[in-house]
Design a protein around this ligand. Structure first.
Ligand code: RIB
Ligand code: CA
Length: 362
């Protein structure tokens, strides 16, 4: 097998991404499409940052922008399993892409929904599929209800979600992707816990929670590094810029990423966190392609559903109080012996991959 990395390289990993596109979801999809060691075989759309119809439009428009013709986009459930849908236009903008505008497209989603898309992909790539969820777990939970064997069929599952021994970002204790659909998250963790997986043959879901993803801090300076590496640097953004100032980058992908990110920077500044953003989803995408980026701890995770103050909280039973089988490997740090801090390793890799990819469109 010869690939871009040379004759000895392993074939690209088939990756199925379930997203609530969203600003950082967009960065995650760009990373996957830019990665030679990944073959994006499907995109599922889940309501979250914006309603599912808008998520689906964002996914189709992004593939139009990036001239990708062979990645099916499915549209998922319009509602969480039982909770009313909540969305985050204040964070991601009215369309979910901040100030960015994607090209019009006549592309349409698959006739089947995202739960069915999960099942079709798991069967088509049985034993090889890498699943990545960077939104609520609604459609994965629906897929598991229809195909209980799914945990034994996927090679790897990486979830951006939860927060472990750390604060929440949606309530004091819950993280957005879990908070939107706690029932779905509970069903997903239970399914992997009850699947009777043997650790020598199956990985447990790798969970990238806020405890680690909030260390992946994108600044205007790093974003300018990406633009420069893509031969498209126009300005280094600043909180002093006029609100909503549109990117003058010549490169269409850099322009979309900058316009999307400016809204996210402004939101975090208004929250008192600084003119910055946490790249939760592309970090999870990088882990999906290379779990060696992180140190994980295996444990049993469950989700609080009834607490008036704690609904949506992810709990890790580190000391085995519950006596239940493990169902997750929680990412808790960078790799042992890494030559640089985890954020540096991640952003270097992100720029190494996305900048040359962007130059194709320059
Ligand atoms: O809590 C962060 C997560 O919520 C990210 O996936 C972001 O896109 C939002 O969906
Ligand atoms: Ca997301």
């Amino acid at each position: 097998m010869t690939s871009a990395a040379g004759p000895s390289a392993a074939p690209p990993l088939p990756v199925f991404a379930d997203v609530d596109t969203g600003v950082d979801d967009t960065f995650a999809l760009a990373y996957l499409l830019a990665s030679d060691d990944a073959e994006l075989v499907g995109i599922a759309s889940t309501g979250g940052n914006v309603p599912v119809e808008q998520v689906c439009r964002n996914n189709l428009g992004l593939l139009e922008l990036l001239e990708v013709s062979d990645v099916p986009v499915s549209c998922g459930s319009p509602q969480p399993l039982s909770a009313p849908l909540r969305t985050a236009e204040d964070t991601h903008g009215p369309t979910g892409l901040g100030y960015a505008e994607l090209p019009a497209t006549d592309r349409v989603p698959t006739a089947h929904d995202s739960a069915e898309a999960w099942i079709l992909a798991a069967h088509a790539y049985s034993g090889e599929l890498v699943g990545l969820v960077t939104g609520p777990l609604t459609n994965l939970a629906l897929a598991l209800r229809a195909e209980p064997a799914l945990p034994t069929m996927v090679r790897r599952l990486v979830i951006m979600g939860g927060s472990f021994d750390y604060r929440g970002n949606t309530t004091p204790v819950s993280e957005w992707n879990i908070a939107v659909d706690p029932e779905a998250a509970a069903e997903v963790f239970a399914a992997w816990g009850n699947a009777g997986l043997r650790p020598d043959t199956h990985e447990l879901p790798i969970v990238c929670g806020l405890n680690l993803t909030e260390s992946i801090v994108l600044t205007p300076k790093i974003l300018a590094r990406l633009a420069s590496a893509a031969d498209s640097h126009s300005m280094t953004m600043s909180v002093l810029d006029e609100r909503g100032y549109r990117s003058a980058a010549a490169n269409p992908l850099i322009r979309v990423l900058e316009d999307a990110m400016r809204f996210y920077f402004e939101f975090h500044f208004d929250q008192g966190e600084g003119y910055l953003a946490h790249l939760h989803d592309p970090f999870a995408a990088a882990v999906a392609l290379d779990p060696g980026l992180v140190t994980t701890r295996t444990t049993t995770v469950d989700v609080e559903l009834d607490g008036t103050l704690t609904r949506g909280m992810t709990i890790a039973d580190w000391n085995g109080h519950w006596g239940r089988p493990p169902n997750a490997s929680i990412a808790v740090a960078g790799a042992a012996g890494a030559t640089a801090p985890l954020p540096t390793v991640f952003f270097d890799r992100f720029i190494e991959r996305v900048a040359p990819f962007a130059r194709r469109f320059g």
